[in-house]
Design a binder for this molecule. Sequence first.
Ligand code: AGP
Length: 602
Amino acid sequence: MCGIIGYVGDRPACEVIVKGLKRLEYRGYDSAGIVTEDGGKLFIRKGAGKIDELTGKLGFLEMPGRRGIGHTRWATHGVPNDINAHPHTDCTRKIALVHNGIIENFSEIRDYLLERGHSFRSDTDTETIAHLIEEELKSSETFEEAMRKALLRLKGSFALGIIYADEPDRLYFVRNESPLVLGIGKGETFAASDVPAFLEYTNKVVFLDDMEYAVITRDSWVVKKLETGEPVEKEVQEVEWTLEMAEKAGYPHFMLKEIYEQPRAVRDAMHGNVDAVRKAAEEIARYEKVFIVAMGTSYHAGLVGKYLFQRLANRVPIVEDASEFRYEFENVIDEDTLVIAITQSGETADTLAAMKLAKRKGAKVLAIVNVVGSMATRIADLTLYTHAGPEIGVAATKTYTTQLAVLTMLAIELARVLGTADDGYLSSLVDGLSRVPELMEEVLKHDASLRELAEGLAGKSDFFYIGRGVSVPTALEGALKLKEISYIHAEGLSAGELKHGPLALLEEGVPVVAIAPSGKTFEKMLGNIEESRARGAFIIGLGDREELGRVSDVLVQMPPMDELLTPIVYAVPLQLLAYHLAVLRGNDPDKPRNLAKSVTVE
Ligand code: AGP
């Protein structure tokens, strides 16, 4: 996720752009850059660092011109550094562009352009687009035609802002699966990834849809279809948000916004990992001794990974809390060991220490990370990115479900390499996984009823979350979400474990959240739920089977799906329940007490 802002009008473009970038910083903050045009010449300043710092260091506010584009980056391809910061240009430096998204076929396009003599300065997928437009320009009558032809060759998600030095008055903005909105002012026009970037100047907006592009000038705008270049009729809407509301896209908290971003994030995680997962699976297949190390929510993702690996690929990784791994497993790690480290921030001290130990002992280290260029990616031999975009809320939501998406892809690929599962079944799982974002959308519709449910539960002091098999980590994660933001005591456990002790704690009205999708232990789960009901527990069932409704006080109806995909989709209602309980109890879910987003001390 990155932020884009563009401006054409009478004001100094750099001022509007710097303000806009500040308001988009929540979308990415590892590097930033601006291009402006004055007298037919492009001026570009960019670098790694935060916007405030770069504004002083690079003199953003001294850039000339009344037309320009800015970008705040959250790296996906290429580490965050000065060269990889946007804007990127073609060989002639007349075309400059910024990008939010991932181009899946960029290496193929890059090879094609290298053969045609283009030279590249950065490691980004974005730069290939500038060169591709330059290449198409050779056989096109207009810049717009070249741009369209080039963009139709891209696979992936993109929101782009494009400027061409030889056209004095206009800017182009293109959208496919990454957000873009125009701001319509009087004698000035804006475009951005999100409304807050220009809300100070206008509240009249036009939302672009996928495969559409806009051509904006100081006092005109038109939206066209990328496929044909034909104009599309668009409605100008008025937004009534305050600036503060707009930064969170109208959501009251970042956590809620991030919960709602999950279908998009999971889609990006899948699109961004097709080739990388294949390579990683081939590497994993070489090792019999596999560890997964992580902390907190990432550890729960690791536990889901264990079920996926054992069910699909007959490989049983040892999943360890990273803080324990470093002290307990030193003697068993050697060159025949592969360690998978899962960490959204890539900066968690315990996970980094476990990775360093593994490296020291000669093990191979694979990292699953959200933050590009973070420490974990520098230690690891191989990194898979989750492409979730920055997560501001302390509670991990979209970084968790994207970790699960990557692990699911990895387990499927590993099963293919090892030949441990039926091909037909693996293909159906791939299909199922591609539908997960839609299922998440469907489940998000339970938001209002979960809020209602939370109203009745806000006074409770203990919760239990139970599941079996692959739903055990889901239960643990549901309990962790509740604890960390609502400050209610919660326990997550395997349902079979209940009668070995915890059942003694159940009494009239204690909420038990039963994660019970269809699957091989569904009947057993019903039995465990009955045991809890008999002690007066208040059962909240999450599942797709009618029978579950009969034993639950409240049923959260889930869509049917393969049991192995349930951890991703079932996380959503659990996050929403925790969120509403936190808010109803007067807590700020974005900044829970005593906790930090990344734990950089042991
Ligand atoms: C989850 O909601 C927590 N904020 C926490 O458990 C987190 O998952 C843990 O600290 C690990 O962080 P990491 O993924 O950045 O390594």
